[in-house]
Design a binder for this molecule. Structure first.
Ligand SMILES: Cc1cc2nc3c(=O)[nH]c(=O)nc-3n(C[C@H](O)[C@H](O)[C@H](O)COP(=O)(O)OP(=O)(O)OC[C@H]3O[C@@H](n4cnc5c(N)ncnc54)[C@H](O)[C@@H]3O)c2cc1C
Length: 594
């Protein structure tokens, strides 16, 4: 959509009025000079960049897609130039240390900027997004030599990064991984194998590509405990740190996909390619989690962003298109029909989209603040932030991306048949939104992570701490939100305990409940944000006639009355247990195939 508008008013509401960004920055001595004025100036510029540089390339990116010719990948017209402008604007290094040429700003600020870039052009924004994950992984686990060689260029943005996990035989299950890395005896490794679905594995936007590759050393234990992380550059840096000899890693093909056509998804062939170990041998997955955790929050934000794009389209169409008459009496007697927005069903779709777009945005930027706490905080702040991030990241990734698809689908529906054709951008938004529940761990995998690794194993301790945190905020919340949320907290705790008990005798009970449980949790967490936003906006609306606050209160009420009740059906589905899922044997399923 080239008429995309950066949602700056709502972002300021979330960051400043709800999450008090100024007080947040002041928690960290290194950000004593960061404040909302500085953040606002960056936000304004990012908004312009998103609207004027990225959004105009979005439609063409979809229609033209990427081209592949003998290992060379060409991105759609305008992508390379937009990337060059991104590098020149210094956007790549916002939160990187000054020592590597960065601007030493908080991660939470970077996340605000990446929300806008992802909304304007999801496919384009994936390459810088992956490069950010590559930088943080190197920063956390790379040797000083590797950092010196690669981080300056990655921070500048003149080199980009990838994550190479998936192989033909396994994406969710990395224990299948076969790519080999053999010690060359000179501090380097020879990497051989094939990776598939590698986003931005090959392209024409940067001078070099730094692949972070999961591989096995010859003496590796089987399974996920035997995986190491190797950095493999497309060009080996020369003595001056510039791209030198071509390494033996090449794209074999690119995928033809449902959406994000502007993002090259590559098969990457490594043929004794020269690489360097990151972290300890066999500890690669642990290092890669630095990448994956950041990428999961980024992907969650993609879900919220697709809802925002749907909202902008649906709102403007519903206010413009005329069809039928309001059942409560004609609204535009001088016109042959009333606007779509008079119809309760259209309003329901628009408000559902808004509830997801704005509620999920608040959730995402709260996580951004936790990422700051985890990176820059003192011992206590770090422990608090890490515990919450571990619990909330799978909820955010699963819930925001699933509801992003729902919102994008409502976006199509509001346009009727016009939503299904290309012209208005709604069908592209829906196709582009679909990937987010798949990569960075499918919803099913996030759900198992949530229940099987984060909630149940510690006896519900971290989960209990989070419940207490929400409960502590209830006295300050308007009773119309606090009362139903308080009841949901009790129900959530009981439901969790019941799943835990049932799973002790049959682990399928946990797995059968997991995805519904994740969605249930998402609705409750987002209710926490809507309750706080509704309360705040109600207080502000009393002293301001800004329509923004009234709309916030109305959407908070809509969320509590029309969205939160979805938890009841999820609860019933969870309580029904695994029996109907497990009723047929594998053989019986086979017979059904015929
Ligand atoms: C456009 C695109 C871009 C991508 N970019 C990258 C990238 O940059 N780097 C990279 O490494 N990979 C990338 N991927 C790969 C992506 O992360 C994987 O496709 C994803 O993790 C799922 O793996 P899979 O495709 O092998 O599916 P499978 O693992 O085979 O899963 C199939 C289905 O089974 C379910 N399932 C699997 N295991 C379990 C289980 N134990 N319990 C319950 N359910 C289960 C899954 O939820 C899913 O619904 C990309 C994929 C696409 C399509």
């Amino acid at each position: 959509m080239s008429d995309y508008k950066a949602p700056l008013r709502d972002l300021r509401f979330v960051c400043d009025e709800l999450l008090d960004s100024d007080a947040h920055y002041q928690k960290f001595p290194q950000f004593s000079e960061v404040n909302r004025e500085l953040r606002d100036a960056i936000l304004e510029e990012a908004g312009k960049f998103a609207e004027q540089v990225l959004a105009p390339t979005n439609r063409n990116g979809d229609e033209q897609g990427c081209q592949f010719d003998s290992g060379v990948v060409t991105t759609p017209d305008g992508f390379k130039e937009a990337y060059q402008a991104f590098v020149e604007g210094g956007w790549a290094g916002l939160s990187m240390p000054e020592a590597f040429g960065g601007q030493d700003l908080p991660h939470s600020l970077d996340l605000v900027v990446s929300e806008l870039f992802g909304q304007a052009n999801h496919a384009w924004a994936m390459c810088p997004g992956l490069s950010a994950g590559c930088r943080s992984t190197l920063l956390s686990h790379g040797t000083p030599e590797l950092q010196k060689t690669y981080l300056h260029k990655l921070t500048e943005g003149s080199w980009t990064g990838t994550m190479c996990l998936t192989e033909p035989q396994g994406g969710s299950d990395l224990s299948f991984l076969k790519t080999k890395a053999v010690d060359n005896g000179d501090g380097s490794y020879a990497v051989t194998g094939t990776k598939i679905f590698i986003s931005a594995g090959e392209h024409d936007m940067s001078g070099n590509i730094v692949h972070l590759v999961l591989a096995r050393l010859p003496d590796a234990p089987a399974g996920t405990k035997g995986i190491s992380l190797i950095l493999v550059p497309k060009f080996l840096p020369d003595g001056n740190g510039e791209p030198g000899e071509r390494n033996t890693v090449q794209a074999g093909s690119i995928e033809h996909k449902m959406g994000i056509h502007g993002s090259p998804t590559c098969v990457m062939n490594f043929d004794e390619a020269k690489g360097y170990l990151i972290g300890e041998p066999h500890q690669g997955l642990r290092c890669m989690f630095t990448f994956m955790n950041a990428a999961r929050i980024g992907t969650a934000l993609e879900g919220a962003s697709h809802a925002e794009v749907a909202l902008q389209g649906a709102m403007s169409y519903a206010l413009d298109r005329e069809a039928g008459r309001s059942l409560a009496g004609v609204k535009s007697p001088d016109r042959p029909a009333d606007k779509l927005i008079v119809h309760p069903d259209v309003r329901k779709m628009v408000q559902t989209i808004r509830a997801f777009a704005e509620g999920n945005r608040a959730f995402a930027h709260y996580l951004g603040q936790l990422v700051d706490g985890e990176h820059y905080g003192d011992g206590e702040q770090k422990a608090h932030a890490s515990g919450l991030l571990a619990l909330l990241t799978p909820i955010a990734k699963g819930f925001m991306t699933e509801t992003g698809i729902e919102a994008a689908s409502h976006g199509v529906q509001v346009y009727g048949g016009h939503g299904y054709v290309r012209e208005w951008g709604m069908e592209q938004n829906l196709r582009d939104s679909r990937i987010a529940t798949l990569y960075e761990g499918t919803t099913g995998i996030q759900a198992l992570d949530l229940l099987g690794r984060k909630v149940l194993p510690d006896g519900g301790e971290q989960f209990g701490r989070f419940l207490k945190m929400i409960a502590a905020s209830l006295p300050e919340m308007d009773p119309q939100f606090a009362a139903p949320l308080g009841a949901k907290l009790q129900e959530w705790e009981k439901l969790t305990r019941a799943i835990g008990v049932k799973s002790m005798s049959d682990v399928n009970e946990m797995a059968a409940a997991a995805t519904d449980y994740l969605m249930y949790s998402g609705y409750v967490v987002v209710a926490w944000f809507w309750g706080r936003m509704g309360t705040l906006a109600k207080a502000k609306a009393a002293h301001s006639d800004e329509l923004f606050y009234r709309a916030k209160v109305a959407t908070a009420q809509f969320y509590f009355q029309r969205m939160l009740p979805r938890t009841t059906s999820l609860k019933e589905s969870i309580e029904a247990g695994s029996s109907s899922l497990m009723a047929l044997s594998d053989e019986e399923f086979e017979q059904l195939l015929g």
